[in-house]
Ligand binder design. Structure first.
Ligand code: G3I
Length: 322
């Protein structure tokens, strides 16, 4: 491992620098795996550990794509964190737009959690047990998806207790977007998790997704403040899906701004008491969800360009880690 790569520099700081892993890109593009292994020491499956892939057919678990990533991680001595065990999205046909009888929904979730966590036990150090469970605007939980509709709010505590039983060594996270800084949603998440912890719910960490635009993002100071208050609850914090969106016709100055945002995120994390992992939602602009989800208005959100050339953002991160 070269000392001058991101993973070389991060190792000296005891920091995990990770990336989402796309099975499709890995299979068709040899450079993808080469740069991933050279620069990162942690992987997250972008889609291969979601319910719509693991149980495309109900009760027929397909670990194939995820195991390709696990083999790659083992070969290159990379840690693996996993997302999401429970989510209102990325649902297979048999669960999409469904409301199950309550006990059946509980059985589905319990079986999924035990089967998947037991399968990866000892190879995945952290799980986002629940992803995006909080409402975006109003108080309380997001009222969407088969789990909330079939079980009600009680599904949250059940899934964390099952996850802890399935793998007592794994770190269990709550992961969400729009709560990277001192936002209203972050305030609600803070109060909600504090109450869950008071009821003995086994949550060990918070995942801040950190999908931001180059001109719309929290300041590093408020990010550190946000991380610190969760740390004060005894929780660790991971940045789990970092990308910094550029407008389609970005000018050179925008790339320098993007670099400053990436620098700010790493500085904020390193300034906080406990934020030992920063994961990017991909690393090359060649493979990114951003153009699709933004109908092409945003793009080039990552730190390597489409030809795997490091962008100013890469240098900015490296300079923080040196
Ligand atoms: O693999 C199938 C392919 O066989 C099929 O031909 C194609 C056309 O339907 O779909 C492919 O699956 C797509 C998959 O990405 C792989 O490309 C799914 O339709 C598509 O919905 C899926 O999108 C993913 C999305 O989550 C929903 O699961 C994005 O890649 C992924 O970046 C995105 O990631 C989420 C995090 O999990 C949670 N936080 C937000 C983040 C962005 O939405």
């Amino acid at each position: 491992m070269s000392a001058n790569t991101l993973r070389g520099l991060a190792a000296k700081k005891g920091l995990l620098v990770g990336s989402a892993f796309s099975y499709d890109a890995f299979r068709k593009d040899p450079l993808y795996g080469e740069v991933l292994a050279r620069e990162f020491n942690c992987l997250v499956a972008e889609n291969e550990m979601k319910l719509d892939v693991l149980q495309r057919v109900r009760e027929q678990f397909d670990f194939g794509p995820a195991e390709a990533m696990m083999a790659f991680a083992r070969q290159h001595d990379m840690k693996v964190r996993a997302v999401p065990l429970v989510w209102h999205d990325a649902l297979p046909e048999w669960a999409r737009d469904k409301t199950f009888p309550r006990q059946e929904a509980l059985d589905i979730l319990r079986e999924h959690i035990f089967t998947v966590m037991r399968h990866f036990r000892g190879r995945v150090f952290a799980w986002d047990v629940l992803n995006e469970g909080l409402s975006d605007k109003g108080p309380g939980l997001r009222e969407e998806g088969p789990w909330y509709h079939s079980i009600g709010p009680a599904y949250v505590e059940r899934v964390y207790h099952w996850a802890h039983e399935a793998d007592p060594q794994a770190l269990l996270f709550y992961n969400d977007y729009g709560m990277d800084g001192m936002s209203e949603k972050a305030d609600r998440c803070y109060q909600w998790v504090k109450a869950l912890l008071a009821r003995g719910v086994p949550i060990h960490g918070i995942g801040l997704q950190y999908h931001v635009q180059v001109d719309k993002h929290p300041t590093p100071t408020e990010v550190t403040q946000n991380i610190r208050r969760f740390n004060d609850l005894g929780l660790t914090v991971h940045i789990t899906e970092l990308d910094v969106w550029l407008p389609k016709n970005a000018a050179e100055a925008d790339f320098r701004l993007q670099a400053a945002v990436y620098r700010g995120v790493f500085e904020a994390a390193l300034a906080a008491p406990k934020c030992p992992a920063i994961v990017l939602w991909g690393f090359t602009d060649r493979y990114s969800w951003v153009p699709g989800i933004s109908n092409g208005t945003y793009d080039r959100a990552l730190i390597f360009d489409r030809d795997y050339r490091p962008k100013p953002a890469y240098e900015a991160i490296a300079s923080v880690l040196r």
